[in-house]
Design a protein around this ligand. Structure first.
Ligand code: HEC
Length: 231
């Protein structure tokens, strides 16, 4: 009895599957004829200008892509307290383990470099790009362009890189020199970084594991972590 019930059910399911596949095939044929000519592709449709603009938000190191706008660091002060300080701290010092946004100057060659906007980031345009696309964390892209200028300048102010009341527009903002601007260079001089043409076939070079490095306690509290090598 239970067997025949199961059989009936699965036949019913199979029937509806056939109908579904048929409907999907007809839908795809319609879609193909409707859009193929437009895009030169057999599927999809052309993105409308608004969609392209929403994706096209990258800002280049020289500032290309920055929208028109102007602000001073003082315009960003309140905004920073309201939208950023809960995680990054009122001075950019970082609350708990949220990222630190200031300081760390001259630590880049130390064992534990403190990489911040001030000590590490090479371009202000990257700061604008990053805050615009990703911050506040959890509410990305909720700031206006003017607000992004203001709050970016406030982060620079926390790093003593701009005065509180100096007004910048998109050109002068991109021209602010960052301390580590010359800290990135090509070719990469590290010995394990290939400089030749990348290998594209038969690249299986012989290799041998000679040891495993394991860093214990990478989240230091009072005591610094200890590096050990395990065979
Ligand atoms: C809810 C917590 C939170 C809030 C609020 C927040 N951030 Fe962040 N922020 C983060 C986290 C987490 C990261 C690291 C994200 C990652 O690495 O993917 C980050 C990274 C950053 C960085 C890059 C730091 C670095 O050196 O890599 C900047 C700059 C920054 N935030 C600016 C801001 C600004 C400006 C605001 C306010 C408009 C803001 N954040 C609000 C959590 C927050």
């Amino acid at each position: 009895m239970s067997v025949s019930v199961r059989g009936t059910r699965s036949r019913a399911r199979f029937g509806s599957l056939i109908m579904w596949v048929g409907a999907a095939a007809v839908g795809m044929m319609l879609a193909t004829t409707a859009f193929a000519d437009q895009a030169g592709l057999p599927y999809g449709r052309l993105a409308v200008p608004e969609e392209v603009a929403a994706w096209d938000i990258d800002i280049r190191p020289d500032g290309a892509g920055l929208p028109a706008g102007s602000a001073s660091a003082s315009d960003g002060e309140e905004l920073f307290y309201e939208r950023c300080a809960v995680c990054h701290g009122e001075f950019g010092e970082g609350v708990d383990r949220w990222p630190v946004l200031m300081g760390g100057f001259d630590t880049l060659t130390e064992d534990r470099p403190e990489k911040t906007v001030g000590s590490y980031w090479p371009y202000t345009s990257t700061l604008w790009d990053y805050i615009h696309r990703a911050m506040p964390f959890g509410e990305a892209q909720s700031l206006t362009d003017e607000e992004v200028y203001a709050v970016s300048l406030y982060v620079l102010y926390l790093n003593d890189l701009v005065e509180l009341d100096t007004v910048y527009d998109q050109k002068s903002f991109a021209a602010i020199e960052m301390p580590n601007a010359n800290g990135f260079f090509m070719p990469d001089p590290r010995p394990d970084t290939p400089v030749a043409e990348p290998c594209m076939q038969d690249c299986d070079a012989p290799s041998e594991v000679i040891g495993k490095a394991r860093i214990l306690d990478v989240t230091p509290d009072q005591d610094e972590g200890e590096a050990v090598v395990v065979d």
